[in-house]
Design a protein. Structure first.
Length: 59
C-alpha cells in the first residue's frame, strides 16, 4: 500500500521524470552521457522557459 502511494505521488509531482529519462537514455541511446539530477533539472527548466507549452511555470 505505501509503495503504491509513493509511486502515485512521484508520478503526480513528476518526481519520476529523471528516472524515466535515465531509463530512456540507457535503453535507446546507450552511448549517451547520462546527466546528473541537477543537470537534468536545469535542462528541463530551460526547456520550459523557452517553450511554455512544455509545462506551466508561473515565476
Amino acid at each position: 500500500m505505501v509503495r503504491g502511494v509513493r509511486w502515485y505521488l512521484r508520478e503526480l509531482t513528476d518526481e519520476s521524470a529523471y528516472d524515466r529519462h535515465v531509463a530512456h537514455l540507457r535503453r535507446d541511446h546507450p552511448a549517451a552521457k547520462v546527466p546528473t539530477r541537477r543537470e537534468f533539472e536545469r535542462m528541463r527548466t530551460e526547456r520550459q522557459e523557452r517553450d511554455p507549452r512544455q509545462g506551466f511555470r508561473c515565476c
